[in-house]
Ligand binder design. Structure first.
Ligand code: GTP
Ligand code: SPV
Ligand code: MN
Length: 593
């Protein structure tokens, strides 16, 4: 396989002259080639073939111990002008960056194979799909990209002799943390990643392309690339309403996207369908509504905490054709395990670092005793998901009724509230905050502002990003209503108060009732809050008073937040739209009234 596209060939030629691989292999998307690569990866130890009876076509991979999450402090947006990347992103001058990294790439593939992966984000050849080519020296990356994106010859056919593709270069090099770089050149449609072998740093179609580069393109072209799940909620009458939800990394997108309705709803015929679990590309349809597509083809999901009760759909999705990364290897039956899978940790096991693991030493308050890394993951095919939406492969996507923002907040944010307009909703997104998680390197559990769950993923200035949200509102004749949720409020002992998971459906139903104008609400300084009795707690072991507690708006803690938001807006800089400051002042005034 190859192509006649001169732009593609010239770029590959240039990149291979720099990295100097001894061999070049085009990835054609065929099962034969994939199988050959799996066998090769098993022979080098890069993959471990799991029990093929229990887990057909499933494999285990362990990354380097220093390479287990996205590295935000090594991630750069290299626009010609620093101010176009903004204060929230790290920036390097593109020319300097190309020069600096060229030295690191020089000869980095010597003696190795360079794989060429032509892939499409979105349905191949559809109006709203975009094409990328990733060059990598990692078989693991190839096999993950084959699951996460649509790969193959048909992508090159769709590209034709067009030069409009995202150029991605990845080299593992020495996996040297100090020389690890994940850099984006939005003005050149280019991504360079070096010295990492971990998911979000190296599967360049995902965060790098489908969020950072795509958000930049979306602003230019009048659409949006967002860190959002997409789900369809089917009522007993067969009517399906679609919801997008933006939660920061490891804050519940995959779980909500695959939600199983509680018994009382399942019985009546309610169903939830998953369209996507991480990324949504949104555009205005000819009917004036906002439409969403999931540009991905698989799930790169958090393993710990996934179990038969919390997310059976995800668990079933991983029962075949899956790559597990950094989980426990159960040597007794050659399967995998992670914290929160079940109550039976394997006695004869290897931990994520590749060492013998003694589960009796496990202490849930000490992460260093975990068998699986807290950010261990599964890479699984969307089409293996029992609740995958029939619209998953529809190039038009699905029309969105509600947008939901959400963070992980022990206090302050109530279970759910509704914004009062698109503009106010965009403001609600801009002031989002969440406790940091293991999905990115650094401290865990620290509250930080994370606008629209996009802090690590906006490919341009955050103030301009807010302006783009506001301007989209003027371009959508029938905009979705915008809400905010928090499943993570805790009591004084630090226990989650809300049961979460499947029971989040109770909140989604209130949201859809609000969109349909079927239910009243109480107005508070922050927006509309449900009347407590309108959150259905039938079948739950919680009292109405608990719901009242979950919905409480504590003015003192909100006023504290206001100060923090002001500081954050200031940090973003002078491109924060005046409208956002007006919204903030109005919120403060309402809280003080
Ligand atoms: P990324 O893939 O990093 O973008 O994460 P995500 O947003 O898809 O998060 P995911 O659904 O994988 O959940 C992350 C963690 O949050 C897991 O440990 C879940 O068990 C936990 N979690 C998800 N939903 C809930 C919930 O409703 N309540 C509580 N308490 N925990 C939840
Ligand atoms: C996230 O961190 O939001 C993820 C995992 O979905 S990664 O692909 O590493 O970004
Ligand atoms: Mn994510």
């Amino acid at each position: 396989m190859t192509t006649n596209n001169k732009k593609v060939l010239a770029w590959i030629d240039e990149m291979s002259k720099m990295t100097k691989p001894s061999k070049i292999v085009w990835i054609d998307g065929s099962e034969e080639q994939a199988e050959k690569l799996r066998a090769e990866a098993c022979s080098t130890g890069e993959l471990i073939k799991l029990n093929q009876k229990l887990l057909p076509n499933c494999y285990l991979h362990r990354t380097a111990v220093n390479d287990v999450a996205r590295v935000e402090d090594r991630t750069f947006i290299c626009t010609r002008k620093k101010e176009d990347a903004g204060n929230i992103n790290n920036w390097m001058d593109p020319k300097e960056c190309y020069e600096k990294l060229s030295k690191l790439y020089d000869g980095s593939m010597a003696g190795k194979t360079m794989y060429i992966i032509p892939y499409s984000m979105g349905i191949v050849g559809s109006d709203f799909a975009k094409i990328g080519i990733e060059l990598t020296d990692s078989v693991y990356v190839v096999l993950n990209m084959l699951i996460m994106t649509r790969v193959g010859k048909n992508v090159l056919d769709a590209l034709g002799d067009n030069g409009d593709f995202v150029k991605g270069l990845h080299a593992r090099a020495q996996l040297d943390e100090k020389n690890r770089y994940i850099v984006h050149f939005p003005e050149d449609n280019t991504i360079w990643s070096i010295n990492s072998g971990y998911g979000g740093n190296v599967l360049l179609g995902k965060k790098c392309f489908a969020l950072r580069i795509a958000s930049y393109l979306g602003r230019k072209e009048g659409w949006m690339a967002e860190h959002m799940l997409i789900l369809g909620l089917e009522s007993p009458d067969g009517n399906i309403k679609y919801i997008c939800a933006a939660f920061p990394s490891a804050c519940g997108k995959t779980n909500l996207a695959m939600l199983i309705p509680p018994e009382i709803y399942a019985k009546k015929g309610y169903k939830v369908w998953c369209v996507g679990d991480d990324i949504a590309w949104l555009r205005v349809g000819s009917d004036g509504r906002l439409w969403a597509v999931n540009p991905e083809n698989g799930f790169f999901g958090v393993a710990p905490g996934t179990n038969e009760k919390s997310n059976p759909n995800a668990l079933h999705t991983t029962k075949k054709n899956t790559i597990f990364t950094n989980v426990v290897h159960n040597l007794d039956n050659n399967t995998v395990w992670w914290e929160g899978l079940d109550k039976n940790p394997p006695a004869n096991a290897i931990d994520w670092k590749g060492n013998k693991w003694d589960y009796t030493k496990y202490n849930k308050n000490d992460k260093s005793t975990c068998g699986a890394h807290p950010n261990s993951r599964f890479t699984a095919m969307a089409t293996n998901c029992p609740c995958i939406s029939s619209e998953f492969n529809n190039p038009a996507g699905v029309p969105i009724t509600a947008i939901v923002f959400g963070g992980r907040r022990a206090k302050t944010a109530p279970l759910v509230y509704q914004s009062t307009s698109w503009q106010n909703g965009a403001f609600v997104g801009s002031i989002m905050a969440s406790e940091t998680t293991a999905a990115a390197a650094g401290a865990v559990g620290v509250v930080r502002r994370d606008p629209m769950a996009m802090r690590p993923f906006v490919g341009y200035d955050m103030g301009d990003y807010f302006a783009h949200w506001l301007s989209m509102g003027t371009r959508i004749p029938h905009p979705p209503k915008i809400f905010h949720v928090n499943w993570f409020r805790t009591d004084d002992e630090g226990n989650f108060i809300w049961p979460g998971f499947g029971d989040n459906m109770r909140v989604l139903l209130w949201i859809l009732d609000r969109c349909a104008g079927n239910v009243d609400a109480d107005i508070t300084p922050i927006g509309y809050i449900p009347k407590p009795e309108d959150i259905n707690i039938e079948g739950l072991d919680i009292a109405l008073d608990t719901v009242k507690e979950l919905l409480k708006v504590d003015k003192a803690s909100w006023l504290e937040d206001i100060e923090n938001i002001k500081a954050f807006y200031k940090q973003i800089g002078d491109r924060v739209p005046v409208t956002m400051y007006d919204e903030l002042a109005a919120l403060e005034a309402r809280l003080k009234a």
